[in-house]
Design a protein around this ligand. Structure first.
Ligand code: SF4
Length: 350
């Protein structure tokens, strides 16, 4: 498979998946590491800005402690309860800071949190009391945002520059990169002029047939600057927003594209590319974008019922084989990052 089979001209989706897979296995790009664990996600952000790839650098012990709260994301309402839940029983209104919205919504979040087992609750004297199941850990060290632009020429760099400058200014991420396909030459000076100087540039050469880790070669063309604000520690709003982002990354990972694509289509396949598995459409004879692979696709055909084995109808069902493979893979990667599990070396994406 050639790179253009995965990311044909104009389609960034396949390129993005390869970058995510590389980051999961090889982050950081300069090879140095403080022993951080990483969680990689894609297409996450805030109301105003969505990034292609997010790398959450985590404290390994903190990440292991985070697992106590389950595999699913803690959304902002649950985070409010879990982060402030007391060690000893207390009325939830005494224990939690005022959320800035009516308490009845907090009460609903308390019930939801207890239902998920991430806090304990009981009723005493007609009041709902809560107690934590464990302290919510400080697991996020840094958040890195990556914009994927395989065909980064000067005009693409110009188009991106305002967005990247805003990323640098808002400093929600600690570091910002642009990932592009290597051209074989040095990065053009014009390109560097159009990309803010604080933004790193990473050039990728992928070779599906290269052995082991050589399938992805990432070269740092320009080193980024750390854009973490000086008052980051005391900025509670920034901390909360980043934690919400990190939680979404934790819950979704980068393989959650199966939630929006059609793995229940008989033409949907996963194909090996180097150490990655990428979606492939047998009907089109090539890669499909996430936008194409939707309910509106004219070539969609439901997978045959005989494929729905393995517990149908309880555990089987349309596309369940592919979905569970991708989910299992996400669980394996999380497990690898927890120090005490001692998971084996990465066996490759297959
Ligand atoms: S035929 Fe359409 S829905 Fe089916 S896998 Fe291909 S792009 Fe997706």
């Amino acid at each position: 498979m050639r790179p253009s089979d995965v990311y044909p001209e104009g389609a960034e989706f396949g390129f993005e998946l390869l970058v995510c897979r590389w980051a999961e296995a090889a982050w950081p790009p300069d090879g140095g590491s403080d022993g951080d664990a990483v969680i990689v996600a894609r297409q996450l952000g805030t109301k105003r800005r969505r990034w292609d790839t997010i790398v959450v650098e985590c404290d390994p012990a903190g990440l292991a402690a985070r697992a106590r709260f389950g595999d699913r994301e803690l959304d902002s309402d649950l985070l409010h309860v879990v982060r402030h839940a007391p060690a000893e029983w207390a009325w939830y209104r005494d224990a939690l800071p005022h959320p800035g919205y009516p308490w009845r919504y907090v009460r609903a979040a308390v019930h939801r949190a207890a239902g998920r087992g991430v806090v304990e609750k009981r009723r005493r004297n007609n009041r709902i009391e809560i107690r934590r199941v464990a302290p919510y850990p400080d697991w996020v060290r840094r958040i890195v945002a990556v914009e994927n632009k395989p065909d980064l020429d000067a005009s693409a760099a110009r188009a991106l520059s305002d967005q990247l400058a805003r990323d640098v200014d808002t400093a929600l991420a600690d570091e910002v990169w642009v990932a592009t396909a290597a051209t074989g030459g040095r990065v053009e000076p014009a390109l560097l002029e159009d990309v803010p100087v604080e933004v790193g540039i990473l050039a990728f050469a992928f070779d599906a047939d290269a052995p082991g880790d050589a399938w992805a070669d990432a070269t740092v063309e320009w080193h980024p600057s750390d854009v973490t604000p000086a008052d980051a520690e005391s900025d509670e709003e920034r901390t909360t927003t980043r934690l919400e982002l990190a939680e979404r990354a934790y819950g979704a990972g980068w393989r959650s594209y199966h939630d929006t694509m059609r793995p229940d289509c008989r033409h949907f396949e996963l194909r090996r590319y180097g150490r990655a598995l990428v979606p492939h459409c047998a009907a089109k004879g090539g890669p499909q974008t996430a936008a194409e692979c939707a309910g509106s696709c004219p070539d969609f055909e439901p997978e045959p019922p005989v494929w729905r084995t393995g517990g149908w109808p309880v555990e089987g069902g349309p596309g369940k084989g592919i979905q569970s493979l991708l989910r299992d893979r996400r669980e394996w990667v999380r497990g690898r990052e927890y120090p005490e599990t001692g998971a084996d070396a990465d066996p490759g994406e297959n």
